[in-house]
Unconditional design. Structure first.
Length: 453
């Protein structure tokens, strides 16, 4: 069989390797001596092919002897992966594995050979990411079955996984799906497990037992579809048992999933520092904030998912939930894809008293929003927050309105009544020439305060 390199026109080969050969050949050259790629300006085609072949063989030997180069195993449809994966596992025997199993190929109905490939290596897995369909099938299910086969179907033995740090199991929810693959999360002990992401799969229904691990610092709860159920309440109320939990992300597509809550029910998580909501409406965020007790929360992020042919939702209910109890440590607020009204901030501005960094992304401000807030602050009707940094990214607002607010804040800070606004950063895809002139003029008056692209 003729090597494929002989089928490529020599002119194309020269262009391809014009920039990548020099650094490679310098590293591969003995004693580190720097040398030209070719000794003549117009080398013979055979010389080019020989040089390329030599370098490729050299780097193949380097890669084959570097275990970390093979430690990330990506399994996806569209190719026959048995030999490829088996080779990667053998070449990476001295390091931890990062496994990403995505998609499903109907050719692999019988998964026993695939499962057997992974069985000897499950103890080396450091990060595990599996995607399943609504029937619990997919390449990810083969990996999960490898765990289950190691444990045995009837044994109550706990598997020790000292290297497992991150588990992500994502799948569609179906009430008619069979419980496949067999659960394993409640039968493993992973003392280094710090991150857990599980969606509404049958594998996810068993993850409640893992909510007692002291080492978990980051959890993402992912809910897909319209279905809701008691298990959500169960595992949400177990969050307070995680004594090391610092980051909680709640991703929920539909508010109808959320069960009703008793106003007396509360979940204290004193260690939580970061809380993020990814949802289509603010009901999810406001409901969670109503029963969570997170006195040490430092960063609150609300990412509102886009809804076709709809106005951007307001965050009035979120601000009301924040105003209902103190958050003395809250210093950073991120809001994405929201519609901002002046009156909602006037009524609940006090809840942001300690916030120093506010980041608005793809938000729509009502006309004269900044103007109105500035005047209310100057008159003393609303308390000025401790905000020193304001970041506006791809937002809709009036530049003149913003400049008025900054001027008013700085004049008040000169009197010592409010904290000085030290930095305003704008990342806008389109600014008119008039707006740019306004910003440049302001930049000269207050150097270093405003930064824009």
């Amino acid at each position: 069989m003729v090597p494929i390199i002989n089928e490529i026109p020599i002119e194309i080969l020269q262009y391809i390797f014009m920039f990548c050969i020099p650094p490679i050949s310098q590293k591969a050259h003995e004693n580190g001596r720097r040398s030209r790629v070719f000794e003549v300006d117009d080398p013979h085609p055979d010389a080019i092919r020989w040089k390329i072949s030599t370098i490729c063989h050299y780097w193949k030997s380097v890669l084959d002897s570097t275990a970390t180069a093979w430690s990330t195993v990506v399994i996806s449809p569209g190719e026959f992966v048995y030999e490829k994966v088996e080779r990667q596992l053998k070449l990476s025997t001295t390091c931890l594995l990062d496994i990403y199993a995505k998609g499903y190929n109907p050719r692999f109905v019988y998964d026993d050979p695939f499962t057997k490939i992974f069985q000897p290596h499950v103890g080396r897995i450091g990060r595990l990411y599996c995607e399943l369909d609504k029937f619990g099938c997919g390449y990810g299910s083969y990996i999960l079955r490898a765990f289950s086969h190691q444990l045995g179907d009837t044994s109550d033995e706990i598997m020790e996984l000292p290297n497992l740090q991150d588990i992500s199991i994502i799948g569609e929810y179906s009430q008619t799906a069979s419980p496949f693959p067999s659960p394993f999360l409640h039968r493993i002990h992973a003392p280094r497990l710090t991150q857990l992401l599980v969606s509404q799969t049958y594998e996810g229904q068993t993850f409640y037992e893992k909510l007692e691990d002291d080492s978990l610092t980051r959890i993402k709860l992912l809910y897909l579809g319209y279905h809701t159920g008691i298990p959500q309440r169960i595992h949400i109320f177990k969050l307070n048992k995680l004594v090391s939990l610092k980051s909680l992300i709640v991703s929920m597509e539909y508010p109808t999933q959320f069960p009703r809550w008793d106003p007396e029910e509360t979940i204290p998580i004193p260690t939580l520092k970061y809380l993020r909501f990814e949802c289509r409406c603010t009901t999810v965020a406001s409901t969670f904030l109503s029963f969570l007790r997170v006195p040490n929360l430092e960063h609150l992020s609300i990412n509102l998912q886009p809804v076709p042919r709809s106005f951007r939702p307001t965050i009035t209910d979120v601000l009301e939930s924040l105003a209902a109890r103190p958050y003395p440590s809250l210093s950073r607020l991120t809001i994405e894809r929201a519609g901002l009204l002046g009156n909602e901030f006037e009524e609940n501005w006090a809840c942001l008293q300690n916030v120093k960094h506010i980041h608005f992304m793809q938000c729509e401000f009502t006309p004269f929003w900044f103007h109105r807030v500035a005047d209310k602050t100057a008159s003393g009707n609303i308390a000025a927050p401790m905000m020193s940094d304001l970041f506006l990214q791809l937002c809709s607002f009036g530049v003149g309105d913003l400049v008025y607010y900054i001027n008013k804040r700085n004049s008040l800070s000169a009197k010592g009544t409010v904290v000085k606004l030290e930095r305003v950063k704008l990342l806008q895809s389109s600014l008119s020439q008039r707006d740019r002139r306004i910003l440049r003029g302001f930049e000269k008056a207050y150097p270093g305060v405003i930064v824009f692209n």
